[in-house]
Design a protein around this ligand. Structure first.
Ligand code: C2E
Ligand code: MG
Ligand code: MG
Ligand code: MG
Length: 292
């Protein structure tokens, strides 16, 4: 990641230096300015059906384009945005932008099959008392089909107060959106609550997927999550699929959806539109031959 940083003030934003108080202060100010100056943008990573690799939707992932400077990835600013509370207005901007994109892409490309749009909701956002009305407002104002929207929450965002989480999630479900648990398996989940959450999708964390070919324990975790999801009537998306062997094993375990560099990195909007416009490319060609 450091490689992508050019020569500018943001050069110093790496995880090591973020420990420094002054760097954090600069970063906080820069983030505030960036929000006002519309320096954020979204990239979109395809989510595909396994094993055909047909695109079923996208995950919206935020990036920070410093004018005349480098493109900065969330790993270098989300933590500070979270700690300063800036993630709240930023998250609402992401939600609105993703809804507008979903509306437009589905009008153009969603005839045969609706395209999904996954949006990350941070723990800090989830803790806001007005999350539900803010989400509702964006859904209404953008006119997006709520059925295309999947809100990604994390275990840490919900497990602190599971009773409240059940209440909030149930309200969100009434709007017609779908709910995913992101990075599943990395946090602390109380299984007794998980089945009370109106969750539609579990996203198996990349750490298990990347280990599953060599490591029996990772493979066992993936199998267990698959069984859990199936038992609770949830779908599974495997994150971070980077090689054919992982895709093959996941397919054999009955995993229906995947996301990862094997299929595509997160792409700028224009590249997705170009891809969706060329008829043949709605199925990522990396798995050709395996689909049969
Ligand atoms: P996430 O939600 O789990 O998103 C998946 C991350 O894994 C993305 O990183 C994506 O580029 C990366 N990824 C996807 N496939 C592969 C793969 O095959 N190999 C590897 N090594 N990585 C892969 P990204 O875009 O840097 O985002 C990192 C994290 O930042 C996200 O993890 C999410 O937690 C957070 N984030 C990103 N955008 C937003 C946002 O709009 N709001 C909030 N609250 N958090 C966000
Ligand atoms: Mg996510
Ligand atoms: Mg994830
Ligand atoms: Mg992850």
């Amino acid at each position: 990641r450091a490689k992508s940083l050019g020569k500018s003030r943001v050069e110093v934003y790496n995880e090591f230096l973020l420990a420094s108080v002054t760097t954090r202060m600069h970063l906080e100010n820069d983030l505030r300015r960036a929000l006002q100056g519309q320096e954020f943008l979204l990239h979109y990573q395809p989510i595909v059906a396994l094993p055909t690799a047909e695109i079923v939707g996208f995950e919206a992932l935020v990036r920070w384009q410093v004018p005349g400077g480098p493109l900065i990835f969330p790993g270098d600013f989300i933590t500070v945005a979270e700690e300063t509370g800036l993630i709240v207005p930023l998250g609402l901007w992401v939600m609105r932008e993703a809804c507008l994109t979903s509306l437009i892409w589905n009008q153009r490309f969603g005839q045969e099959r609706k395209l999904g749009m996954s949006v990350n909701i941070s723990p800090r956002q989830f803790a806001q008392h007005d999350l539900v009305p803010e989400i509702q407002r964006i859904l209404i104002e953008t006119g997006v089909d709520p059925a295309t929207i999947k809100l990604e929450i994390t275990e840490s965002g919900t497990m602190g107060d599971p009773a409240r989480a059940v209440h909030i999630l149930s309200q969100l479900k009434l709007f017609g959106v779908q709910l995913s648990v992101d990075d599943f398996g990395t946090g602390y989940s109380s299984l007794s609550y998980l089945h009370r959450f109106p969750i539609d999708i579990l996203k198996i964390d990349r750490s298990f997927v990347s280990g599953m070919v060599e490591d029996t324990d990772s493979r066992q975790v993936v199998k267990t999550v698959m069984a859990l999801a199936t038992g609770m009537g949830m779908q599974v998306v495997a994150e971070g699929i980077e090689c054919q062997e992982q895709a093959l094993q996941l397919t054999q375990m009955g995993c229906d959806f995947g996301q990862g560099y094997l299929f595509s990195k997160p792409l700028p909007e224009a590249e997705v539109v170009a891809m969706l416009s060329s008829r043949t490319a709605t199925t990522m060609d990396c798995l050709e031959g395996q689909a049969a």
